[in-house]
Design a protein around this ligand. Structure first.
Ligand code: PLP
Length: 357
């Protein structure tokens, strides 16, 4: 097969070394002679992977002592419910910046009193609301730091008068984060942290235990912290891949180095979108995500959309069809996407412009 460049939004490109090691572990897990698919999760060999994975998270994000990291099934979407179950007592506030943020809010509303503090739906979520005031009587304030579908991103750790909870599914590990500013950070692994099948949650332990409702056992973070994510059978293979992905991230220099590479990749593509007469970006410039880059055909060139899709496909570009709610194109430039991949996409856009302009 000829070279492809994977820009899928999730599941997405993974580091080649993580894939290679997963392939070999499928046959023989760490020299045990047993496939990683058959290994008992109650062995010391497996527990070593869990321990390594937890400590890599702590090291890469510089997570303070009062926090624990847990690995859970159900994706980020089940975390929407977990958050409300474990933190919502009287009232919660959400920043409604996209479909995922909205789904998180909906889930909380099913359990109690939750409201949007600010919302950018008026312009199809193409920007991050500013100047809103976070009420000081909230149990927590929930944000979605990167809006995967719309390509907007909250690039700084905001100051928040109440416990701050963040869905970082699609920008975790792409920049250093001051974890101490959050009561909790969570996400699905299948963007920057591994393959599908596992979610991560980084939780300040002292923020738990403040609600009066009955919390079903499997939805109680305290149980999973206490049992070190092995209350029941964990998603073994997905955690294996996550661990390999984190090892790779550490080997290339960690999150700070990654951020430099990610900023450069995104800068390359945005510069081309802004320069190329055929294309235009859809997100507000100051809120542009370094992970997901949506763009559409510029005015007058709308009829070329399908042609560019097939043109780019012939040149090895995979996954750049835009999400149905924005249209056009979206290139996801997650950590494992290389500068070379982005350069190839830019060349493709330039060749297309030469034919049509
Ligand atoms: C992908 C994504 C989700 C959904 O993740 P699942 O693991 O599929 O439930 C939630 N939030 C954000 C920001 C996402 O990018």
């Amino acid at each position: 097969m000829s070279k492809v460049h994977v820009f899928n939004a999730g599941p997405c490109v993974l580091p080649q070394v993580a894939i290679d090691n997963a392939v070999s572990a499928l046959k023989d897990f760490n020299g045990t002679g047993v496939s990683v698919l058959s290994i008992s999760h109650r062995t010391k060999e497996w527990e070593a992977v869990m321990d390594e994975c937890r400590s890599l998270w702590k090291e890469l994000l510089n997570i303070p002592d009062d926090y624990e990291v847990v690995f859970l099934g159900g994706g980020a979407s089940l975390q929407f419910l977990y958050v409300a179950m474990n933190f919502l007592e009287k009232k919660a506030g959400y920043l409604d910046t996209g479909v995922w943020a909205h789904k998180a809010l909906k889930e909380a509303q099913g359990l109690g009193n939750a409201e949007a503090v600010a919302c950018s739906a008026d312009k199809n979520y193409s920007y991050i609301p500013k100047g809103y005031v976070i009420p000081s009587d909230l149990d927590y304030f929930h944000i979605t730091t990167n809006n995967t579908i719309y390509g907007t991103e909250i690039k700084e750790d905001i100051d928040c008068p109440v416990p701050l909870i963040a869905d970082m599914s699609s920008d975790i590990l792409s920049r250093p984060v001051d974890v101490s500013k959050y009561a909790m950070i969570y996400g699905g692994a299948q963007k920057n942290a591994g393959c599908a099948g596992v979610a991560f949650a980084i939780i300040r332990k002292s923020a738990l235990g403040k609600v009066s409702r009955y919390i079903p056992t499997m939805l109680d973070y305290r149980i999973h912290i206490d049992k070190e994510s092995m209350f029941n059978t964990p998603p073994v293979f997905s955690i294996y891949v996550m661990n390999e992905t984190l090892k790779w991230l550490k080997s290339i220099g960690g999150v700070k180095k990654m951020h430099e590479l990610d900023v450069k990749k995104a800068g390359t593509l945005y510069a081309e979108i802004d320069r190329n007469a055929l294309f235009t970006g859809t997100a507000a410039k100051e809120d542009r995500s370094i992970m997901n880059v949506p763009f559409v055909m510029a005015q007058g060139y709308e009829n070329l959309q399908d042609e560019f899709l097939s043109f780019s496909k012939e040149r090895g570009m995979v996954g750049i069809k835009g999400h149905r709610s924005v249209g056009g194109f979206r290139a996801s430039l997650y950590n494992a996407c290389s500068q070379e991949d982005v350069d190839a996409l830019v060349v493709c856009m330039q060749e297309f412009e030469k034919i049509h302009k």
